[in-house]
Design a protein around this ligand. Sequence first.
Ligand code: C5P
Length: 232
Amino acid sequence: MQNERKLIIAIDGYASSGKSTLAKSLADSLGYVFIDTGAMYRGVAYFTVVNGLYTNDSIHEEALIKRLDEVHLMFGDPIVGNDRPLLLNGVNINDPIRSSEISALVSLVAVIPEVRTKLVDLQRQMGTNGGIVMDGRDIGSVVFPEAELKLFMTADVEKRAQRRQLELLAKGENVPLEEIKLNLESRDQIDSSRSESPLLKVSDAVEIDTSSLTFSEQVEQIIDLVKKVTFN
Ligand code: C5P
């Protein structure tokens, strides 16, 4: 198509608000690359656990910072559609990073400024040529403040917890709804109140409430926005 620009689409929002599913579907429809930055923070949390840097409920922060050079994260070739596995030093860690253990730890790892600097640099490199849909917490505010389209996704916590419970069940983990709700609320609280790039809705982001729209309505609404921006 003539005059078509390859955009950077930034999607931020609360835990389990459906960002990744939407971002993936959007990237598929547009022929863009999907980048799940939450997976990258989960990757660092996973590195922390497997290297014994999280013991007795505390992160050995100094030791982790010293070893960040050993953390090489990249997305591998797609397995199905736009689903690209996260590789840590060449090993596929897509499944273990979704466990409840990692969900409980990830927000504490994500407050460490050195971790954020490393991952934000990597995310910027991944998006330099445009044609990406990136989801996370600080994409529109910090990673790509110049993104042409910014979305902020919300949904009530009950709906988000149900979504997460189904995802975990599909992986064989049966976790009570109340426990999931507590994890989501705790992550939202840590993510929104940290001093380094907190989760917030920037003024130029369009808010999408996923509890009041069907999935196809969400995709349609965003594709319309993309068309407006692309051909402006
Ligand atoms: O998106 P997901 O829920 O998998 O993200 C896991 C955690 O990673 C978030 O709760 C947040 O603490 C952290 N995160 C972040 N900045 C991002 C993406 C995720 O701090 N851009």
